[in-house]
Design a protein around this ligand. Structure first.
Ligand code: MGD
Ligand code: MGD
Ligand code: SF4
Ligand code: MO
Length: 736
């Protein structure tokens, strides 16, 4: 029987849909939604069904590439690693650890190799210059969660399956399929809220696809969320509608709120936000009085001028209305590999060299990567390793970053494609495709609206010449640690896991406390790679079998027996146990964040004419990639500038004609699409385009290249989190 059906979790976005994959004679013939998946029940988006096209894409690299004297060559793995050793080691020796920077991109969160093997590489590198896509994304949420609840991963998620009232700001899950709130079929779940008589309100400068399926949409000026939420919280307190009885003993700082938020009223924020005062007042009342309600803010609130204030205020709104940690409110998931959270979150343990931005989560804001490369002096970045990322398209001010790349002495990219970033690398190391690896979600189980565990074995085997990504990363780690290129990575992998087991066995609260590490190791087997680490983490995790102490608990074997996943139930209240702040309580008003309120207060008086630019995501692509898949590229042109009809008329641009868009950072041209879904004064461009870069090799994408919207975004950051400001960019728009 050569035809078979396999089930696996889609690794492309945070929704974690179950896929049913038909394979015939080693070839994937069809992918559709797995109707028996315990979480997604058959839901799928257009991206999930093209995993095999990614696998078969002729532009996907099958072997390492090395550029010597300007000429690109395909080489074998030993030669690629030898080249890296020869060129990277002298830089490390001569200029120190910080001279080599690391950039870690988004897909690394979606693969076990990325989740388990990048940290050891970063540790081996010991460079202060670690940058990730987190600082073009959700760093504000980690900071507010870290400071309010003690751990940067203690992020409350909206309990959308039970809520009566969902207030959503700066998110478009009909297209993005959700973020920091893992839920396959967000559109269906939003529909369910309405079916059971609840209400969905969306606050966004664009009337999005999600707004179309909500009860109410409210236009807000980009960057207005923090001020608006401050007014909402203030109003609720002023009206005596705040109710924290359930949490009262746990929350510190509530008494400071009236003074901290003084002056933010529905009227005072009207000019900055564009939201009518009576709308603000009405929403405040509705939210406070709903049987259950949750506020949820995402990328549009985080990647803006006041990202951390907005993120904090979202959680604060849930706290003051007694909606935190209860069904229908904002709750904490419990992933199957979660470790106990004990140490209070710290921030600013070191700073970036040039602009002195504080560290957070062990990384520095990627908006300052170009500064670190281009500014001479001790600690200057001279070489870069990029892992599953495309900073040349996904991070701000890419015009300046291109200049920075040109000045680097050496670049290594781990990427399956030659992109605007990896096309600039001296060595490219391509991992196999997603279908060739096992999958277990190590990141998003902890951010899920329901507790679920689902393991997928590899669907297709490795081909001759393939190197699994965990091995690529381990080899890089050994290399930067000065261990050369000849070591047996299997032995190193076993040794590293043995160390982990040993540490775990010394912890009093561990289910394997005092057990013989050798015995645990033998249960995990001798096949190196992510699977046995996952097995170890699951078995010692909150639902684990504890290697025998909880015979009905989870293990990898048990997960293998359930190809459609195991449902671990709805979210349950977790406070106060989950809290690990120094006080042991919820910090409602962390000083690190509230010190930014004066800046917000000043902004209330800002008056701006002219346009501001925001971004948007598109269903058929994933940030800067997946534009190379023909099946996803059919149809109308997608790289368009959305302009409100009145604005278009005023500045004389026409649908289908080109507009010129210019900011302080750069300029580009885009085809205009006139639409009343845009708030007047706001224009929108999707990011991740610009596939005509000569260094890239993406034949399908290059046919409709679009342009890179990040040539327009500048290097300014949210000062509290260092997150890039990608929305609300001042631009001039003209015809032509
Ligand atoms: N203007 C603007 N810019 C933005 C955003 C925005 O909204 N507006 N959004 C931001 C956000 S939220 C994010 S997360 C970032 C994303 O920023 P990045 O993560 O830097 O960029 P991606 O476009 O996701 O690029 C991912 C790269 O990983 C490669 N890849 C895919 N799968 C694998 C794999 O399994 N292993 C390896 N090694 N490589 C793989 C792809 O080929 C691609 O080159 O972009 C940010 N940039
Ligand atoms: N198809 C597809 N799915 C994806 C991705 C993709 O590229 N394509 N990327 C994935 C990634 S990496 C992420 S992080 C998630 C992100 O997923 P979401 O957080 O849902 O992000 P977006 O879809 O970019 O929606 C952001 C919304 O914020 C609005 N906005 C912009 N500025 C402001 C503002 O100042 N205030 C408010 N209130 N709204 C504002 C925009 O109009 C937009 O509708 O999506 C993931 N899913
Ligand atoms: S919504 Fe996300 S997880 Fe689901 S099929 Fe699409 S890309 Fe995959
Ligand atoms: Mo993201």
């Amino acid at each position: 029987m050569s035809a078979r059906t396999e089930y696996r979790t889609c690794p492309l976005c945070e929704a974690t849909c179950g896929l049913e994959v038909s394979v015939d004679k080693g070839v994937v013939t069809r992918i559709r939604g797995d109707r028996d998946d315990v979480f997604s029940h058959g839901f799928i988006c257009p991206k999930g069904s093209v995993l095999q096209r990614l696998h078969e894409d002729p532009d996907r690299l099958r072997a390492p590439q090395v550029v010597r004297d300007g000429v690109r060559q395909t080489v074998d793995w030993p030669e690629a690693f030898a080249e890296i050793e020869q060129r990277l080691s002298p830089i490390l020796e001569e200029h120190g650890r910080d001279s080599v920077a690391l950039y870690i991109g988004n897909p690394s969160v979606h693969s076990p190799a990325g989740q388990l093997y990048i940290r050891p590489l970063a540790k081996a590198l010991r460079s202060k210059n670690v940058f990730t896509a987190t600082t073009v994304d959700q760093m504000p949420k980690h900071i507010s969660a870290g400071l309010m609840f003690g751990h940067p991963l203690s992020i409350p998620v909206p309990d959308i399956d039970r809520t009566d009232y969902l207030l959503m700001l700066g998110a478009n899950p009909k297209v993005s399929n959700g973020s920091l709130a893992t839920a396959p079929d967000w559109p269906g779940r939003m529909g369910e809220i309405r079916h059971r008589g609840g209400k969905v309100v969306i606050v966004d400068p664009r009337r999005t696809e999600s707004a179309d399926i909500a009860d109410e949409h409210i236009f807000i000026r980009p960057g207005g969320d923090a001020a608006w939420l401050a007014a909402v919280v203030n109003q609720i307190i002023a009206d005596g509608l705040s109710a924290t009885s359930r949490l009262a003993d746990m929350v510190n700082g509530l008494d400071d709120l009236p003074e901290l938020l003084a002056g933010f009223t529905p009227e005072s924020v009207e000019a900055l936000t564009g939201v009518a005062a009576d709308t603000t007042r009405r929403i405040a009342g509705e939210f406070a009085e709903a049987p259950s309600a949750c506020a949820y803010g995402r990328l549009g609130t985080h990647a803006g001028q006041f990202g951390t204030l907005a993120s904090w205020l979202v959680d604060l709104l849930n706290v003051v209305t007694d909606n935190l940690d209860r069904p229908g409110g904002a709750m904490f998931a419990m992933g199957s590999t979660e470790r106990p959270r004990r140490r209070a979150f710290q921030i600013g343990r070191w700073s970036s060299r040039v602009r002195e931005y504080p560290e957070a989560l062990g990384e520095l804001p990627v908006a300052t990567l170009a500064d670190e490369i281009l500014t001479e002096g001790p600690g200057q970045v001279r070489a870069l390793i990029t892992l599953a990322g495309n900073p040349m398209r996904s991070t701000p001010d890419t015009g300046r970053l291109a200049e920075a790349f040109d000045s680097l002495e050496f670049v290594v990219s781990v990427d399956p494609y030659l992109t605007a970033t990896s096309g600039r690398a001296d060595v490219v190391l391509p991992p196999p495709s997603a279908l060739q690896r096992s999958h277990y979600d190590l990141a998003f189980q902890g951010l899920s609206v329901r507790n679920v565990a689902n393991y997928s074995p590899p669907t297709l085997p490795l081909e001759p010449g393939d190197m699994p990504e965990w091995e690529i990363l381990t080899r890089l780690a050994l290399l930067v640690a000065g261990q050369g290129t000849e070591i047996d990575v299997g032995v190193v992998d076993t040794w590293a896991l043995a160390g982990q087991i040993q540490t775990e066995a010394t912890k009093a609260a561990s289910p394997i406390a005092g057990r013989d590490p050798g015995e645990i190791m033998s249960e995990l087997g001798d096949a190196p790679g992510p699977d046995r680490i996952i097995d170890f983490l699951v078995r010692t995790g909150p639902y684990g079998d504890g290697f025998g102490s909880e015979p009905d608990g989870l293990s990898l074997d048990r997960l293998r027996e359930h190809p459609h996943g195991i449902d671990l139930g709805p979210l349950e209240p977790r406070l106060p146990d989950l809290l690990c702040t120094e006080s042991g309580g919820i910090e409602a008003t962390p000083e690190w964040i509230t010190r930014d309120l004066p800046r917000l207060r000043i902004a209330l008086n800002d008056s701006e004419d002219g346009f501001v630019l925001i971004g948007r995501r598109q269903l058929r692509s994933n940030n800067s990639w997946m534009h190379n898949i023909e099946a996803l590229m059919r149809g109308k042109e997608r790289f368009t500038l959305l302009v409100n009809p009145e604005d278009a008329e005023r500045i004389g641009v026409e649908s289908g004609a080109l507009a010129h868009i210019e900011s302080d950072a750069g300029e580009l041209r885009a085809t205009v699409a006139i639409s009343d879904e845009m708030m007047p004064g706001v224009v929108s461009l999707p990011h991740g385009w610009g596939h005509d870069d000569p260094v890239a090799s993406l034949q399908v994408a290059a046919k409709r290249p679009g342009a890179d919207s990040n040539t327009l975004t500048g290097a300014e950051v949210d000062p509290i989190s260092g997150n890039a400001i990608l929305n609300g960019i001042r631009v001039a728009v003209t015809a032509g």
